[in-house]
Ligand binder design. Structure first.
Ligand code: ZN
Length: 321
């Protein structure tokens, strides 16, 4: 543990001084705006943290990608403190990514088209979310197959699938990743609110990004993949931004049932707001869904490349000149 621990809040996380963690990791610290925004740079990385207000103190940027911390940055007597949980579960997986054992590759992707049957999801005019999650999943499937992946779908028609059955399908088919596809909508501020959010499971003991007084914060099955969940979510958000230039609402944490019960690394993509006039129009457009699907495939490819373990040397092969 670095430095003195500061304890506070319901979940009582352990905090460490940001400057000490930065020094130990050969990152230099400077204020972009004194007492407001602090930046850490070095080793090809640029991290930005807000210390100004409670509402903003969970919003961070890792190499230009917005990421919501599990706990707010604390700022006391001119020093910034970051939670140990965020060092190990948020920054760690991105800065020092986990790798799979030798020879283990990402081959099978389970695509989960959100909602279906008598559960339409969000409804904007005559447009049901369930229809567009399925069309989106079908496009992602086509592109993943073309890229050489095996694809398992939790549904291929307009039927209701129980949440527990969605992760069971992934498990039965030995899926390496679980990717749930959704679209957002909002009542108030529909002309302003837009952009993409990528969710991964909240670490044990932490509160979800959008939660108000969340109850149980115990360890659940999905927490076994905390590091890879975060890495996949980060790479997906990064790919979305790069591919589509869409507003980055950030990597967020939630305890959605599919994320809690997934036995493999899992994320839930909120691919944009159907309620926003311009963004909705795009989501309903097959050409744009093709582009979005490419962002998903590129995000999976980036993750696959990063976690790839060392090659198994071919038996009996000799090096030739
Ligand atoms: Zn949904």
């Amino acid at each position: 543990m670095l430095g003195a621990a500061v304890r506070g809040g319901k979940a009582r996380p352990t905090y460490v001084p940001m400057s000490e963690w930065a020094r130990a990791n050969v990152l230099s610290v400077h204020w972009l705006e004194r007492d407001k925004t602090v930046e850490l740079t070095g080793r090809g990385s640029r991290l930005t943290f807000n210390v100004e207000s409670r509402s903003d103190a969970r919003r961070a940027q890792i190499n230009g990608v917005q990421v919501w911390l599990a706990f707010p940055i604390l700022y006391q007597n001119g020093r910034a403190y970051i939670s140990q949980t965020d060092l190990s579960e948020t920054l760690g997986p991105v800065l020092s990514p986990p790798t799979n054992p030798r020879g283990i590759n990402i081959k099978t992707i389970c695509l989960d088209a959100g909602h279906g049957g008598n559960d339409p999801g969000y409804q904007v005019g005559s447009n049901d979310e369930k229809k567009y999650t399925l069309l989106f999943a079908q496009e992602v499937r086509a592109q993943l197959k073309a890229a050489g992946f095996n694809v398992v779908m939790t549904r291929t028609t307009d039927v209701k699938i129980q949440l527990e059955d969605r992760t069971a399908i992934a498990r039965r088919n030995s899926a390496d990743l679980f990717v749930s596809l959704h679209f957002n909508a909002i009542e108030l501020g529909r002309n302003e609110v837009k952009g993409t959010e990528i969710f991964c499971l909240t670490p044990a003991g932490a509160t979800s990004t959008n939660a108000r007084g969340e109850g149980d914060t115990q360890w659940v099955t999905g927490n076994r993949n905390d590091e890879k969940n975060m890495l996949l979510a980060y790479q997906m958000q990064k790919s979305y931004e790069k591919e589509l230039g869409i507003e980055d609402r950030g990597v967020k944490r939630a305890r959605f049932q599919v994320l809690r019960e997934a036995t493999m690394p899992a994320i839930l993509i909120e691919g944009g707001f159907m309620s926003h006039p311009a963004e909705g129009k795009k989501i309903f457009d097959p050409a744009y869904r093709k582009q979005m699907a490419k962002a998903v495939v590129d995000g999976i490819q980036a993750y696959k490349t990063i976690v790839k373990g060392p090659e198994i040397p071919q038996k009996g092969t000799k090096k030739t000149k």
